[in-house]
Ligand binder design. Sequence first.
Ligand code: PA5
Length: 433
Amino acid sequence: AHIELLLNDARSFLSEQPESLQGRITELHHVIHEKLGAGNDFLGWLDLPINYNRNEYARILQAAKKIRRQSEVLVVIGIGGSYLGAKAGLEFLNEPFKKNQLEIIFAGHQMSGIYLANLLEYLKNKDFSINVISKSGTTTEPAIAFRILKKALEEKYGKDEAKERIYATTDRQKGALYTVAKENGYEMFIIPDDVGGRFSVLTAVGLLPLAAAGINTDQLLKGAEEAYDRFMNPSLTTNEAYLYAATRYLLYQQDKKVEMLVGYEPNLLYLNEWWKQLFGESEGKDHKGLFVASAGFSTDLHSLGQYIQDGERHLFETVIQVKHSSKDILIPEEEQDLDELNYLKGKKLSYVNEQALKGTMMAHKDGMVPNLLINIPRFDSFTFGYLIYFFEKACAMSAYLIDVNPFNQPGVEAYKKNMFALLGKKGYENIIK
Ligand code: PA5
């Protein structure tokens, strides 16, 4: 297996072991693959690693090259599933402090005027391109950001050249973004009908920004393909995605209401954000579902750590450990040892970090917080692709275990209706009485 899932002490908290769910898991595996369950018209992501439109992929790589040739900055506009996958991948594969040839900046993932005004200022003297991403093509946040940034681009280069710098990733035939893109002749990439936002990283949604950033997307897709093959067999002895789903389900049944995804490397922080969206938006329905939270350790051991150790006992943790560091650093000896760190002299920082992980897991277990451990080999694009697919498959299984439709998000509409009414949008006049 490319990644390892260790249930460790979590088993000792469980009155029933995950293996006892094998029958149900195998049943649900068929429900997923034969598309028999709720949301079954949104299962296109399942086959993306082996079935992605190769012509479109070739165009993505071409566009990535063109963007790198033309621009210093690529502004990626999108929110939710149209943003977090690419962001997670960029952070996962990032070498901190290294200046990349192409800078990727996200926009349209909130509605801050401060952010956008400063971004426009920043872009003034830079060559830039835009990748606007929205499956529905009607989401307010990215639509506003696109209207504003498009104007800036057109003012800078003129309408004709601006057109050569805008890439629209959207539905194959509908939505306002589709209309704008068609009307203006922008290069377009398609989000397949049967792939929902948060399951779309392995389409142009994730692949174009990542390829533009110089990331090896061939390897990323290979990683996803390896996960695809491995998780075709529902046996809990080899299917880590289902073992993870079964374990978190049983913990949830035993009143663990919160799962925290925890990493000890800053490169994991946006994987956390992507994971929270994937599981939170897929499972939090019908008054059910684990609340998903996250932390970056050891940073947050000096903040949330207190609560995790000692607060309400409704938590468990899933810890991601990275086995091999691409770079490391030795702690130097000092003659006088005034800071009393000589006991660590010659030790690698990765070793110290690992002892922090081990010590924390022991402490949290003693504090009645079960820990699952996911070991990943290293930060590379293959592993990122593998992890994406691992979590997606685990998420589908998890949601079916609690009997909710993983692929819709009806709850997201509630805020929008009120906001549109408050903004005076046509058709929403009678929402707020
Ligand atoms: O997972 C989802 O479906 C959502 O989070 C969407 O990705 C998000 O709301 C953005 O939607 P759209 O791509 O239609 O602009």
